[in-house]
Write a protein that binds this ligand. Structure first.
Ligand SMILES: [Zn+2]
Ligand SMILES: [Zn+2]
Length: 175
């Protein structure tokens, strides 16, 4: 949904949105995860002067390849957030920051129309782990023969690498 900044009413907007996963994927361009439908979001958008305040929550089901065993797995994204956008031009805000030496934590918004799909997509992307794991103790693939070590053993000689954080889980049997 597109929201014209100047049309945000004084009392703000409360939106309950349902987006199609594919539409968000298309908007994102080059991503290595997929987003299932529906993506649900509740957004509250208000504006006072040149500041736009956006808060809300987003829930989505995403799937992606495990960084160790490459198997596709799904997980749920659930994000509550609050963003503050300042309407203006990026260069001008930078100049102002230099003058006031204020350390402003803000996102400058250029333009007249806010696309709620971009807001929602951003929240989903922020929740995607850098090194996704299908489960915390995923054993990954044998670097020699490629066997999925979660499912089978192989007889290749290799040095075992265990994430120290999960070392304690080794005594814990996973079927
Ligand atoms: Zn895995
Ligand atoms: Zn092997």
């Amino acid at each position: 949904m597109k929201v014209r900044i100047e049309e945000i009413p004084g009392e703000g907007l409360r939106l309950d949105l349902v987006e199609e996963g594919r539409a968000l994927e298309a908007l994102a361009g080059d991503i290595d995860f997929s987003i299932a439908s529906p993506v649900e979001a509740h957004l509250e958008i208000s504006r006072s002067g040149s500041v736009i305040d956006i808060s809300g929550d987003v829930t989505a089901a995403v799937s992606m390849g495990c960084s160790r065993c490459l198997k596709e797995f799904g997980f749920r994204v659930s994000s509550s957030f609050r963003n503050r956008l300042v309407i203006g031009r990026v260069e001008e805000r930078e100049k102002e920051k230099e003058l006031t030496r204020e350390d402003m934590d803000e996102v400058v918004f250029e333009g007249e129309v806010l696309d709620t799909r971009e807001v929602i997509l951003e929240q989903v992307v922020l929740e995607i782990p850098q090194k996704p794991l299908c489960r915390p103790d995923c054993k990954g693939l044998c670097p020699v023969c490629g066997t999925d070590l979660n499912e089978a053993r192989c007889s290749c000689a290799r040095v075992e690498r265990v994430d120290p954080r999960f070392a304690g889980l080794r005594s814990f049997k996973v079927k």
